[in-house]
Ligand binder design. Structure first.
Ligand code: UD1
Ligand code: UDP
Length: 366
């Protein structure tokens, strides 16, 4: 059996790593890894291949950055050539980025079956490009592997048949559990001069927070207040870096003496940063889930989440982007005034990839 997996952005690499490890165990499977090139900086791509010991991609489509339409069209076009030549039985795509939907569409156009890992999540916010990507990918996926109960419900509500839905758990959590020990050896806290449980870990990259000057200024207000109380470690995403430059925020940021900016960090370093933080402030999808497993309070700087289990059972606090509310909640955490949930969502047990590969093998043996 031949499988092609398609990845392209930072969060894709953590997700596919668990599957690559599992697929390797089955000699009857030939597996090819395609990198679309959507993310290409060393800190957004190579770091993860190194940390997670991912094999070098068999093929890199090198599509680079561009408008969504342009990027998706380039991926589909180039990938179709690869798939036409390789003729796999199945294409695996993960997450909700442009590489995900374009990978699924390329396969479907050639009549190749598609597995979507992390299916069914919905923010019900169609202004997010990811929401469109999720819906489109699930429409055409033959195997929809879900991470939480809300995903199953959402798919059923969209009229998708039960026979396509498989509740398997979370491959990103497989990877975290596998590497947590190793990450604890990181020396990044010393490097950044922060003390355990005495800083906030921050990431930002949603267009709704960083693409418009007034939205980003709203966030800067929040950061300014927080950094008066506690250090902030800010791993700056390239989209965010571009906005900081475009909006001339350098001086404002320099004035925040407790705001420590870093280039994007490798997986082990960032995991260590999250695990030892007092709390996490983020608009990332995956980090909401990782915070839950690490039992670290997480304030999500968004109005909605496609991952409700992290709020209902995990440590995620969906506070919106109302600046006063976010500051208030942050201060409560800093002053030890709140307790967060400490449940582990169902099937987030490190075995999602094993379940996925088992299901795939069973179906293809039929
Ligand atoms: C993409 C995903 C988003 C995901 C995020 C993970 C889509 C629509 N968005 O957002 O869902 O949460 O990745 O990090 O697929 N850039 C670089 N170097 C790189 C990559 C990007 O400088 O290696 C810059 C480019 O200027 C580019 C911009 O960042 O235009 C945005 O990159 P893009 O991949 O389009 O979207 P992300 O914001 O990274
Ligand atoms: N991450 C990382 N280094 C960083 C910031 C994030 O390794 O400097 C990891 C993080 O632990 C998680 C993934 O990147 O595994 C999340 O990616 P991102 O926030 O870019 O994408 P999203 O999950 O929002 O799609």
């Amino acid at each position: 059996m031949k499988i092609v997996s398609v990845v392209g952005t930072r969060p894709n690499f953590m997700k596919i790593a668990a599957l690559v490890d599992e697929l390797k165990k089955h000699k009857e499977i030939e597996h090819l890894l395609v990198h679309t090139g959507q993310h290409y900086d060393t800190g957004m791509s190579k770091f993860f291949f190194d940390d997670l010991r991912l094999p070098k991609p068999d093929i890199n489509l090198e599509v680079g950055s561009g408008s969504h339409d342009e990027q998706k069209a380039k991926i589909t076009q180039k990938l179709k050539k690869v798939l036409g030549k390789e003729k796999p039985d199945l294409v695996i795509v993960v997450g909700d980025v442009n590489s995900t939907v374009a990978g699924a569409e390329a396969a479907k156009e050639l009549g190749i079956k598609v597995a979507h890992v992390e299916a069914g999540l919905r923010s019900f916010d169609n202004t997010m490009p990811e929401e469109i990507n999720r819906i489109e990918t699930d429409k055409i996926g033959d195997f929809l592997f879900t991470t939480e109960e809300s995903g199953n419900k959402n798919l059923l509500n969209e009229g998708i048949g039960k026979d396509r839905i498989f509740f398997v758990g979370n491959v990103m959590i497989d990877t975290l559990l596998k590497h947590k020990e190793r990450a604890s050896e990181s020396k990044v806290l010393e490097k950044l001069d922060v003390e355990k449980h005495n800083y906030c870990a921050l990431t930002l990259h949603r267009p709704s927070n960083v693409d418009k000057k007034e939205d980003f200024e709203n966030i800067l207000y929040i950061l300014d207040k927080i950094q008066e109380k506690i250090k902030i470690v800010f791993s700056v995403h390239p989209r965010t870096k571009k906005s900081i430059e475009a909006f001339n925020f350098d001086d404002k940021i320099k004035n925040m003496k407790n705001l420590i900016m870093t280039e994007p960090l490798g997986y082990f370093d960032f995991l260590h940063i999250m695990a030892n933080s007092k709390f996490i402030l983020t608009d990332s999808g995956g980090i909401q889930e990782e915070a839950t497993i690490l039992y670290v309070p997480c304030i999500t700087l968004r109005k909605n989440t496609e991952r409700p289990v992290t709020v209902d059972q995990g440590t995620n606090l969906l506070v919106s982007v109302d600046k006063e509310k976010v500051v208030e909640k942050s201060f409560e955490i800093i002053n030890n005034e709140i307790e967060v949930n400490d449940k582990i969502p169902e099937l987030w047990d490190g075995k999602a990839a094993e379940r996925i590969v088992k299901i795939i093998l069973k179906r293809f043996k039929k």
